[in-house]
Ligand binder design. Structure first.
Ligand SMILES: Nc1ncnc2c1ncn2[C@@H]1O[C@H](COP(=O)(O)OP(=O)(O)OP(=O)(O)O)[C@@H](O)[C@H]1O
Length: 212
């Protein structure tokens, strides 16, 4: 489904990814694991279309993603960012509804947003507070609800359990895993979390910008 072919990437003169070749399928959860600074977020940014490739290609369903198609490709993907990237002056409910509107989802957006926020463990009061009035872990769960509510074929998650205690983290991992198994999505997570490694169908190790 999704292929990274000979991907290399530099920031200024420094190469941070070197000749990466990977392939991802629907119905599976992947964990990309590596030390801080090993290139995980950079790899996710190329796979998801946030950044354009420099060398090598990203191929979706046999079609190479070219420069002009990057924006549309990016819009079709769901991404859970390490820094959440929520709209802070909106409530969780408004954040998820906005994403549903932008991605042109059908159905009752308020109900869908509520259902997904409940799934990640937010209660009715928390859903209606401003995001700035939630804890870091609650904001992370809003970011996850927003990503999975949009029904993208591929969900990318950068440290999705980074700010959660181990029980909440496990529940979120299970939710991501169900997304792969029950809804046939391709779920690609970047993580340090050994728990996530245990749940993943495939574990990919990256070190100094290379797959090891
Ligand atoms: N915009 C940038 N300009 C220059 N160098 C960058 C930039 N973004 C990242 N880097 C460098 O590229 C390398 C890989 O960074 P990246 O964020 O991909 O690593 P990571 O494995 O996701 O790290 P972490 O687990 O700490 O988030 C690091 O050495 C980082 O300092």
């Amino acid at each position: 489904m999704l292929i990274a072919k000979n991907l290399s990437y530099k920031y200024q003169a420094t190469e941070v990814l070197s000749n990466i070749n990977l392939s991802f399928e629907s119905g599976k959860m992947y964990a990309i694991i590596g030390k801080s600074g090993s290139g995980k977020t950079t790899l996710l940014s190329l796979l998801s279309g946030i950044n354009a490739t420099q060398q090598g290609t990203v191929i979706l369903d046999d079609k190479t993603i070219k420069g002009g198609q990057l924006r549309a490709y990016r819009r079709n993907n769901s991404i859970v960012f390490q820094a959440y990237n929520l709209i802070n002056y909106l409530t969780p409910l408004q954040n998820v509804k906005l994403a549903l509107e932008i991605t042109g989802n059908k159905g009752n957006h308020t109900q869908i947003a509520k259902d997904y926020l409940q799934k990640v463990g937010l209660n009715d009061v928390q859903m209606k507070r401003k995001c700035t009035e939630l804890s870091g872990g609650q904001q992370q769960r809003v970011a996850i609800a927003r990503a999975i509510a949009c029904q993208s074929k591929i969900v990318f998650a950068d440290e999705p359990t980074g700010n959660l205690d181990s029980a909440t983290g496990e529940a979120i991992i299970q939710l991501l895993k169900n997304l792969a198994k029950e809804e046939n999505k391709c779920v690609i997570c970047v993580t340090h979390d050994a728990q996530l490694e245990n749940y993943a169908d495939e574990v990919i190790h990256i070190s100094d910008g290379k797959i090891t």
